[in-house]
Design a protein around this ligand. Structure first.
Ligand SMILES: [Zn+2]
Length: 312
C-alpha cells in the first residue's frame, strides 16, 4: 500500500474510502480573506464547513481532493483544523488557478516547477502540510501565454515528484485538447493527469478523445447550474462513457465552493443534504437506475481516485 499526502499527514491509500475528485473547502476568488480579515467571520465559516463535512463523512465520503490554490485564498492550516474536526481526509493542492499572479508571468517553467515541488516535498508556506495534487486552470480564454508557463511547470513538477495533476478546463470549447497537447509535449505521464470539469460537456466523442490520450476525467460540477448540463444530463454522459468501457478512468465530484461567511451578512441557507453528498444521494442512484452496477460505482468512487492519488 502507498501513502497519500493529506492536510493531516500521510494516509494509507486503502483508507481513503469514497473520494470526491474536485472540491473546495475554504475558497474565495482572490486572497481577500487574508488581506481584509475584518470582512469575514472565520469562526462561523469553520463551524459551517465542519458541519457539512461531518455530514459528508456520515453519508459515506472518506476523502475530498481540495483543489484550492493561492489565487483562490488557500489556507491549509484552516483546512487541517476542519479535517481534524470533521474526520474527512482532505488532500491539499499546489498549483495556480485562472488568476496567474503577475510574479509568475516572468518565471520560466522550471522555476514554477521548483515552487510546486517544494509544496509537494517540503510543505506549504512554513507548515509541514504537503500538497497531494497539482491544480492548473484554463477557462473560456483558452491557454493564455502565462497559463501555459504554469501548465509546463506543473508537468515538470509531476515528472520530478510523481504528484498527480488535476485541471480545471472549459469543456464547451474543448480546452482540454490543448492541455493534453502541452502535457504530452512536456513528456508528462498521462496516467497521472486528470482533466476536470469534463461533465460540462455532453460530447462523448470529445471526452473520449481525452481518455484515449491517456488522461483521467473528473466528471464533476454536479448538480450543474444555468446553461450547463444538469445532474441528469451529467449522469447520462457518465453512463455513455461507461458503456464505451472507460470505468477505470472516471472520477466524480461537485467542484463545491461553499464560500466564506461575511461579517454582518446572513449566511446563505444551508443545502440539505450538503452539496458534498449530491453525487452519493442523487447521481449514484440515477446511475444505478440506468443499470450501472456496484462494482463500477466502487471503481469510480474508490479505486480510480486511489490510483490517481497514489500512483499505484
Ligand atoms: Zn474547482
Amino acid at each position: 500500500m502507498t501513502a497519500v499526502e493529506t492536510v493531516l499527514g500521510p494516509v494509507d491509500d486503502s483508507e481513503l474510502g469514497h473520494v470526491l475528485s474536485h472540491e473546495h473547502v475554504l475558497v474565495s476568488a482572490g486572497d481577500d480573506v487574508h488581506h481584509y480579515p475584518w470582512m469575514y467571520d472565520m469562526d462561523a465559516t469553520r463551524a459551517r464547513l465542519v458541519e457539512e463535512l461531518t455530514e459528508a463523512r456520515e453519508g459515506g465520503i472518506g476523502t475530498v481532493i481540495d483543489l484550492t490554490t493561492p489565487d483562490l485564498g488557500r489556507d491549509v492550516e484552516f483546512v487541517a483544523e476542519v479535517a481534524r474536526r470533521s474526520g474527512v481526509h482532505i488532500v491539499a493542492g499546489t498549483g495556480i488557478w485562472r488568476d496567474v499572479p503577475r510574479s509568475f508571468w516572468f518565471r520560466d517553467p522550471d522555476a514554477i516547477a521548483d515552487i510546486f515541488v517544494r509544496e509537494i516535498e517540503v510543505g506549504i508556506g512554513d507548515t509541514e502540510i504537503k500538497a497531494g495534487a497539482i491544480k492548473v486552470a484554463n477557462d473560456a480564454e483558452g491557454v493564455t501565454p502565462e497559463a501555459e508557463l504554469v501548465l509546463r511547470g506543473a508537468a515538470r513538477a509531476l515528472k520530478r515528484t510523481g504528484c498527480p495533476i488535476s485541471t480545471h478546463h472549459w469543456a464547451p470549447e474543448e480546452v482540454g485538447t490543448r492541455q493534453v497537447e502541452i502535457f504530452a509535449e512536456e513528456g508528462a505521464p498521462m496516467d497521472r493527469i486528470c482533466i476536470g470539469h469534463s461533465a460540462d460537456s455532453t460530447d462523448v466523442d470529445y471526452l473520449e478523445s481525452l481518455l484515449k490520450a491517456g488522461a483521467y476525467l473528473s466528471m464533476d460540477r454536479y448538480p450543474g447550474s444555468g446553461e450547463r448540463p444538469n445532474s441528469v444530463e451529467r449522469s447520462a454522459t457518465v453512463k455513455a462513457l461507461l458503456d464505451r468501457g472507460w470505468a477505470e478512468r472516471i472520477m466524480l465530484g461537485h467542484d463545491y465552493a461553499p464560500g466564506v461567511i461575511r461579517v454582518g451578512v446572513a449566511p446563505p441557507p444551508r443545502e440539505v443534504p450538503t452539496r458534498y453528498l449530491h453525487v452519493t444521494t442523487v447521481a449514484l442512484p440515477a446511475l444505478r437506475e440506468m443499470g450501472v452496477d456496484e462494482d463500477t460505482i466502487e471503481m469510480m468512487m474508490r479505486e480510480v481516485p486511489r490510483r490517481f492519488l497514489s500512483g499505484s
